[in-house]
Ligand binder design. Sequence first.
Ligand code: ADP
Ligand code: GLC
Length: 502
Amino acid sequence: MTQPLNILFLSSEVVPFAKTGGLADVSFALPQAIKELGHEIRVMMPKYGFISERKFGIHEIVRLREIDIPVGDKLQRGSAKASFIVGQKVKVQVYFLENEFYYNRDGLYVDSKTKKDYSDNDERFIFFCKGVLESLKKLGWRPDIIHCNDWQTALVPVYLKTLYKNEPFFNGVKTVLTIHNIGYQGIFGKESFYKSGLPDEIFREIEHNGNFNFLKAGILYSDVITTVSPTYAKEIISDDELGAGLSATLKKRRKDVYGILNGVDYSVWSPENDKYIPVPYSIQTIETKYENKKALLKHFGLEYNEEIPVVAQISRLAEQKGFDLIAEVIDEMMKLDIQYIVLGTGDPKYEEMLEKIKRKYPKKVGVHIGFSEELAHLIEAGADIFLMPSRYEPCGLNQMYSLRYGTVPVVRKTGGLADTVEEFNSKTGRGTGFLFEKYSGQDLLKALKKALSTYKIRKVWLKLMKNGMTKDFSWTTSAKKYVELYQKLMTPQKKARTVKAK
Ligand code: ADP
Ligand code: GLC
């Protein structure tokens, strides 16, 4: 192995402390996979009020008891505490940045009562980004790489190259910014820029339609940019709609943009050792999956019938996830011989829509509005078909989890879904699921019908399930790619060397 690196991994959500979506799964698993490769990696996140210090053994660090951060014209006092992510093979140190006023709330980004973003999300993450750098100095731990994730951490590279550029402590520290979803950029008015304390002269460069855009600033200032699948990397650079207005910015950085597919932590997401499911199973005992199907249907008060496939979704209820296609074709879907189960929370518009569907088709539909890790596992184990009709999908984890559980994915061919699901061909027996390309309800229905007709031929369906169950998307492959990238950043530029040699 080459020289071990020191890496600080920044994320606004990390399993098991706080989660709204896949970023939390990634922030739990990727640091472990990197540590397993022999590097020193530590994670830092906000200490939200709901994170129990007792449950997670979170303790004080004397040196980090007082961290003063200017945000706008206020001086905010914070502190940082520590605990660990405990994996199967390694433990990863986690620092929690605490501030009563900013983080002692019951949501991560959204007020659970009004369902609106907290109005001071700009300050909350300005505080975080500056707080990270101040904590490092006080701690005296200098990372070689700071790996940022999404807009909430995207100002760190900007601070490093402006306010902190002359600080010897940070000399040579390189930054990576991973975009998990370009649909969320952290867009605030110009007044937020003043709160950030960044030098006035950079506003012209980083502004977006007159606004302060955290993600755009991060894209321009980080040393490399990655996103979570090769296809999504291409999409957000070449298509301004998929790039959500930032494709021109990404084009400027094109040679520094990489697509690295997310992985799966099979110690958490495997039917043979899933602590949440009633009856574990594997490819050798595939029939046992149906005990979980029975339990799932019982949970929703639906009748079990071996002949009828359960089509399921687990999803944030957001525009991105394609629920308007469901709205369009639900009545046609309900004419098919299926049962439909959804677990999700988010946009009240979709929550109401799903409740309405449940009321209209009580014998065929099960809906759980809310967030439940346990139910998510039971659905993966008990369903026959997993539906992801996403408008766009940077990577998507549930389709990969589904493959391992023998739950056949029916997905739209976009982003990471296109990179992880292969169309099943009944003649060759190859492939792992069913895809549709056009964002249309009818095309979704066609793909679903293809799956249903395959389901009827038991032998073929079993082959399809097994194809998925033997796919391997473990994190090691992706972790190696991140490490290669870190190492590339640490290597002195070739150009400079050639100049010297002359
Ligand atoms: P995204 O990050 O866009 O939400 P991913 O497919 O990458 O999509 O990851 C979603 C993660 O969040 C998965 O681990 C999934 O099981 C989980 N998840 C989403 N909604 C819920 C919910 N309502 N209850 C439990 N888990 C959920
Ligand atoms: C985002 C994306 C999702 C991806 C996840 C983890 O929330 O929407 O596609 O899998 O981040 O990278």
